[in-house]
Design a protein around this ligand. Structure first.
Ligand SMILES: NC(=O)c1ccc[n+]([C@@H]2O[C@H](COP(=O)([O-])OP(=O)(O)OC[C@H]3O[C@@H](n4cnc5c(N)ncnc54)[C@H](OP(=O)(O)O)[C@@H]3O)[C@@H](O)[C@H]2O)c1
Length: 271
């Protein structure tokens, strides 16, 4: 069966599921009515049905004739969800999980022998089609399965493949990453305020600076350190700022922070 004709069931119709579904509908991944969202909140489902023309259900057993299932509930409820669908699950169905911290082995065990599972770590810019998702194949997911998952997540941004053992590092880097950028933005905007700039002016300049710097690095292909050296002239203003950050140990603090996130991700995965 072609991917276009697949029935895709999302279990858990939250923010992430909506982002991916909206990307799939816009990219015409498949006919909207082939997408089914399930949730425990009927009013949420009614909204999504009206907005995207998808089908919905409050019964997770709709997975019984699905070609693809996307597990998009919070990790805390995944056990219960898997237990609920296991009796009707068919091993021909591909399972894609975006639940943070849940290993594919756990999904394979819960759904039974022969389950093909793929674990994905997306991030919130997916909400505007600018996500970065890392995909890791479980024991039985093959190349064709990975391509299906890449096509789905590709509807909301770029995708990369990693080994599952790298998912905790990815979680620390790009999963939690948008929050680090917002943290930097908060600090830059506080400084702008203290220096007497108007709020709107500061917001415009700061956002364009962060976006422009990321684009410059992407388009030029140069390393961050090379680009930084280029804007840091001897005795200049940038040098004063970088020197101050070095004295405060900002780089070391960021490395430490990401390692803390990785350690926490490992801890959560081990339940
Ligand atoms: N947001 C991110 O940046 C991000 C990044 C990476 C991974 N993820 C992962 O993506 C997943 C979804 O995140 P989210 O932010 O979209 O969560 P969310 O908005 O809470 O969505 C989960 C939805 O599932 C519903 N639900 C709860 N129990 C259910 C059940 N038994 N059957 C069906 N639906 C059920 C929830 O309803 P109630 O609200 O009524 O409980 C909610 O509508 C999570 O596992 C998270 O780890 C998120």
């Amino acid at each position: 069966m072609s991917i276009m004709e697949s029935k895709v069931v999302f279990i858990g119709a939250g923010n992430m599921a909506e982002a991916i579904v909206s990307g799939m509908v816009a990219a015409e991944f498949c006919a909207a009515e082939k997408i089914v969202l399930t949730d425990i909140r009927p009013e949420r489902l009614a909204d999504l049905e009206a907005e995207y023309g998808v089908n919905t259900s409050t019964d997770n057993n709709v997975v019984k004739d699905a070609e693809i299932i996307v597990l998009s509930v919070k990790p805390q409820v995944l056990d219960e969800v898997l237990k609920g669908i296991a009796p009707v699950f068919r091993k021909e169905t591909l399972v894609i999980s975006i639940a943070a911290g849940i290993p594919t082995a756990k999904i394979e065990k819960a759904l039974g022998e022969g389950t093909r599972a793929i674990r994905v770590m997306p991030n919130t810019p997916a909400l505007i089609g600018q996500g970065a998702s890392a995909l890791a194949a479980g024991a039985l997911a093959d190349e064709a399965d990975m391509e299906v998952a890449e096509t789905i997540l590709g509807c909301v941004g770029l995708t990369v493949r990693v080994e599952e053992k790298q998912i905790d590092a990815v979680t620390a880097l790009s999963g939690s990453g948008p929050a680090y950028v917002f943290y930097l933005l908060e600090a830059m905007l506080s400084a702008a305020d203290e220096m007497g700039l108007e709020k709107e002016t500061a917001r415009t300049l700061t956002l364009q600076t962060v976006e422009g710097a990321a684009r410059l690095m992407k388009d030029s292909g140069e390393d961050a350190s090379e680009l930084r050296a280029k804007v840091t002239s001897k005795g200049g203003t940038t040098e004063a700022a970088i020197q101050s950050m070095d004295e405060s140990g900002v780089k070391e603090a960021i490395v430490k922070a990401l390692k803390a996130a990785q350690a926490r991700s490992e801890e959560l995965s081990q339940g």
